[in-house]
Design a protein around this ligand. Structure first.
Ligand code: MG
Length: 214
């Protein structure tokens, strides 16, 4: 499989919630003691040049900039020690979130599906070759809205590191080539509205731009 075509060929997007302590607390959540996981379907992917849409019932659409890890080789029960061998590359992604729907779901103890998995909820960059990222735990992630910086973090602040996430996820779900793990967002999440332009970057490696549909 050509891993750079992960958007077309990948089977799942496994997302990690609250993986940066400052972000967990900015939403009034406790810092987790084990990874918090949810899924997006691959129909959530949005490539550059297309617009982010408000899902039904959304009154508070939030941006979350995240490092995406693209799986290169299949594995189940992957040990932490060899987990990085399963990484095929990276991407920059947004975990767009209908925060009002998520808050309502949290109150009821319901899943976050409608808040997190809607069409266009995963704007994504082009593939970043694995070799271009020298240390995955020292990468700057930033995001601006209409030119104002809103998020500026570093993957060094992840609570659960990439090998731990790969190992933990693969205990329950076989990871396959083209699957993507969204590794969580640093602090600074906030709302966007129709017509806003989001620009996000991953160190000097990647920059991408998406606008919110009118
Ligand atoms: Mg997120």
């Amino acid at each position: 499989m050509n891993i750079s075509k992960f958007v077309e060929l990948g089977k799942k997007i496994v997302c990690v919630g609250r993986n940066y302590a400052e972000h967990a607390t900015e939403l009034g959540n406790k810092v987790p003691t084990e990874p918090l996981l949810f899924l997006k379907p691959t129909t959530a992917y949005l490539s550059e040049g297309n617009k982010i849409k408000m899902p039904p019932g959304c009154t508070d659409l939030h941006h979350e900039v995240e490092l995406g890890v693209v799986i290169g080789t299949k594995g189940t029960d992957i040990p932490v020690e060899s987990a990085m061998d399963h990484v095929g590359g990276y991407a920059l992604a947004l975990d767009m979130t209908a925060r009002n729907l998520q808050d309502a779901a949290k109150k009821k103890g319901h899943p976050w599906t409608l808040a997190k998995a809607f069409d266009t909820s995963c704007p994504v960059s082009k593939f970043v070759e694995k070799e271009r990222v020298q240390n995955v735990h020292n990468v700057r992630l930033w995001l601006s809205v209409n030119g104002d910086i809103r998020q500026d973090g570093n993957t060094s602040d992840m609570i659960f590191k990439v090998p731990t996430l790969i190992s933990y996820i693969s205990r329950s779900m076989t990871l396959e080539p083209g699957d993507m793990i969204l590794t969580g967002t640093p602090s600074g999440v906030g709302p966007v509205k129709s017509g806003d332009v989001i620009v996000a970057g991953l160190d000097q490696l990647m920059e991408m731009s998406f606008s919110v549909a009118e």
